[in-house]
Ligand binder design. Structure first.
Ligand code: RP5
Length: 185
């Protein structure tokens, strides 16, 4: 992760226990060369510090905030309350409710203070970073080209996996889905 006091994206997490999942967002931002920081600061346990930091990074020019939190997840909303920059919330499965609590508390913002909300967990962390890249790419053609290349690589990967499956099904043992009819196309 690039160290900087002027990060383009800041990833906030409610706890260090969120890092194994939120690290996926950082990995994607690294892949796209987006300068970012990851910070542990809670909406509840360190409220004033979180608000202070959000204001400081906004002043310094941070373009997008990502907030990963579990349980009664108010982190994304707390950031959105004090910054005009887009905030993307990632609900995390950190309680016996397995993320449903954080999904609802992140997504159900009252009218006037929007938060973009991704899926629960790793897919959500990855998509939060990709959405941040898409927002940045609005004013960065090179970043947009990298996004298109990323999608192209994803499609090629699907095609490769399908070709492997078809080869396997044509083989002597017909292990995958044997006897369940032909898999298209
Ligand atoms: C939330 O509570 C954090 O974002 C974390 O997902 C959850 C549990 O935190 P710890 O008790 O593991 O610090 O605020």
């Amino acid at each position: 992760m690039a160290e900087t006091s002027n990060p383009t994206v800041v990833i906030f997490m409610g706890s260090d226990s969120d890092w194994p999942v939120m690290g996926k967002a950082s990995q994607v931002l690294d892949e796209f060369g987006v300068v970012h920081l990851a910070i542990v600061s809670s909406a509840h346990r360190s409220h004033d510090r979180t608000v202070r930091m959000a204001r400081t990074f906004t002043r310094r020019g941070t373009r997008v905030f990502i907030a990963g939190a579990g349980a009664a997840a108010h982190l994304a909303g707390a950031l959105a309350a004090v910054t005009p920059r887009p905030v993307i919330g990632v609900p995390l499965a950190a309680s016996p409710l397995a993320g449903l609590d954080s999904l609802l508390s992140t997504a159900q913002m009252p009218g006037g203070v929007p938060v973009a909300c991704t899926a629960i967990g790793e897919a959500g962390a990855k998509n939060a970073a990709l959405l941040a890249v898409q927002i940045l790419a609005l004013s960065d053609r090179r970043l947009e080209a990298r996004l298109l290349a990323y999608r192209d690589a994803m499609e090629k990967d699907v095609v490769r996996k399908d070709a492997a499956l078809q080869r396997q099904r044509r083989g002597p043992s017909r292990r995958v889905g044997a006897g369940r009819g032909k898999l298209g196309p």
